[in-house]
Design a protein. Structure first.
Length: 557
């Protein structure tokens, strides 16, 4: 049996039971491991464990009794661990010298004899092997094993809460190709998101450092199969041995079980400090995810709050949910009749909210939500009414534990426009040209021909721009240009921009400008016309506290 086969378990039991790790575990860990271990120590421990036999469940129970008895005496590593495992860890310890687990444990016992039992039961300084599977009581020592929670990993508040509640599921599904095994181990899931950890090992079972995957994922409602496809957005990260894939659902998932298909056709592995190597193959990983327990621990809170902004956006809050890994807000918006007349597409015109969450002291909770509606991440449009149903997922949303306030900062409506700017290109003309209205204040510099970044070997007319724009979506405004002969050209914004944290204004970078497509020479006169503007309003003054009560489950009773 190699180290890779030791994690065949359906669900990790990470609940806090008597004698197991408590909130003090990290303090004990730091006390026990004062000196840092080098980055290769984990791999040496796992290789040293290679070939160690795992006890059966019955033998493991007997061993647990012996362990408890041993703790009443002067404990040693060999008195607690089974002989082959103790021998393996001693072999790794000999390689580490004064920084090894055994030596540091001995040093700590001499310093803290009165806390002996608490160190061994609370700090979980050993890896428990029981029932033919690899278990670790809490992922506080997860830097010693392959885990989403390994030291140095990004762990958001919701992931941490799931771990503490003992809700991390273990899949164990794996696939092998090209001499490499890819495996899904830890899984976090509720009605708002799914997080999985993918790890890799070579033919000898040694962990591989993943730097990225080439993959496709499909997520289904298990009861409905392919008819129950669940839309999501995804992000990734990880640590040296585990690639973390985070799936944020675009609407709440109400089913009891998910089916996940991960189709991986390549990955990048680190071969040196700055070097990577791509491995191509076919790894199909299919596994089920249970949501029943997460559903039972979800708090559902209806919200009876409505507001109409001065600019004509009607907001109705539907409800909030507190899930094991965070939570969500659901609401609807629609345009008033007056706003619909200004909007580019009338009643179904594009609009969105800008808001944040804060605590009772006014401190920001988490980050402002990404309101990137262009990718339809958060809303579904009812084409009959023009109503938009929004769904926002949060990693930190414990409104049942602390007061949380919803604060509306502004709102954006994509509106029709007829603003024009006249550019005189005569030699006597003065530059730059200044444009200012109630929202924007910017300068247009003298136009010039530059290499076209989109078409090699061709040139494009560029009008450099600087100043400030009130909307963070100003680059999505639509412009056209008309020369002195009446010829019309399409115009697009190219370049970056920065956001001023104090004023919330967008500022184009030095390389930014309007590109006039098809214009090959400087005309005598050019008129710029903005036909569509993403108008950001900041005249809304609305906030409310989210109730701290609700009902259990994902559907209102």
């Amino acid at each position: 049996m190699n180290s890779w086969d030791r994690t065949r378990i359906k669900k990790a039991d990470l609940k806090k039971r008597a004698g197991q790790v408590t909130s003090n575990d990290r303090a004990w860990e730091e006390a026990l491991f004062e000196e840092s271990l080098d980055s290769d120590f984990t791999n040496r421990v796992m290789r040293a464990l290679e070939g160690a036999q795992i006890e059966s469940e019955g033998e493991g129970a007997k061993r647990s009794g012996l362990m408890a008895e041993a703790l009443t005496q002067e404990p040693t590593l060999s008195a607690v661990l089974s002989e082959p495992i103790a021998h393996a860890l001693k072999e790794a310890a000999d390689l580490e010298g004064a920084s090894s687990i055994a030596v540091q444990a001995a040093r700590q016992r001499k310093k803290e004899r009165t806390a002996r039992r608490k160190v061994w039961s609370g700090a979980a300084a050993i890896i428990l092997l029981a029932g033919g599977v690899l278990l670790y009581t809490q992922p506080t020592l997860a830097d010693m094993v392959r885990s989403l929670f390994a030291q140095g990993s990004y762990i958001d508040k919701g992931m941490e809460q799931v771990k503490d509640a003992g809700l991390v599921q273990i899949s164990g599904v794996s696939a092998e190709d090209q001499g490499y095994t890819l495996k899904v181990n830890e899984v976090i899931a509720d009605s708002t998101r799914l997080v999985i950890g993918i790890e890799a090992a070579d033919a000898k079972g040694n962990p591989v450092s993943l730097e990225g995957l080439t993959s496709e994922y499909t997520i289904f409602d298990k009861q409905r199969g392919e008819h129950g496809l669940i839309p999501y957005t995804t992000s990734s990260g990880g640590n040296n041995t585990v690639q973390r894939i985070n799936f944020t659902f675009m609407r709440p998932v109400l089913t009891d079980q998910l089916q996940v298909n991960a189709m991986i056709n390549g990955f990048y592995m680190r071969t040196g400090e700055m070097d990577t190597k791509r491995i191509e193959g076919v790894w199909d990983l299919k596994f089920d995810v249970d949501l029943k327990k997460a559903k039972s621990l979800t708090l559902l809170t209806p919200l009876d709050q409505s507001y109409e902004t001065p600019g004509g956006v009607k907001i109705h809050m539907q409800g909030a949910s507190r899930t094991p890994s965070g939570g969500s807000l659901e609401l609807t918006t629609e345009l008033s009749a007056a706003a619909a007349k200004r909007a580019e597409d009338g009643q179904s015109g594009f609009h969105e909210l800008e808001f944040h969450l804060e605590d009772a002291s006014g401190n920001l909770i988490g980050e402002k939500p990404d309101t990137n509606m262009e990718s339809q991440r958060h809303y579904e449009l009812d084409r009959w009414s023009g109503e938009r149903r929004w769904f926002f997922q949060f990693d930190n949303f414990a409104y049942d534990k602390q007061p949380i306030k919803f604060v509306l900062d502004g709102y954006l409506i994509r509106e029709k426009s007829a603003e024009t700017i006249e550019l005189n290109t005569a030699p006597s003309a003065s530059w730059p040209v200044h444009y200012k209205d109630d929202y924007d204040d910017f300068l247009l510099q003298k136009m010039k021909l530059e290499p076209d970044p989109e078409h090699e070997g061709k040139q494009v007319m560029v009008i450099p721009v600087s100043g400030t724009f009130s909307s963070y979506r100003f680059e999505k405004d639509q412009w056209v240009a008309t020369d002195d002969k009446g010829q019309e050209y399409s115009v697009s914004y190219r370049g970056g921009y920065t956001m001023d944290n104090r004023t919330k204004l967008a500022q184009p970078t030095e390389d930014a400008g309007f590109h006039v497509k098809g214009l090959r020479e400087v005309p005598k006169k050019l008129t710029l016309k903005r036909t569509v503007v993403n108008r950001l309003y900041r005249d809304a003054h609305w906030s409310f506290y989210i109730p701290q009560t609700g009902t259990s489950g994902v559907i209102t009773e």
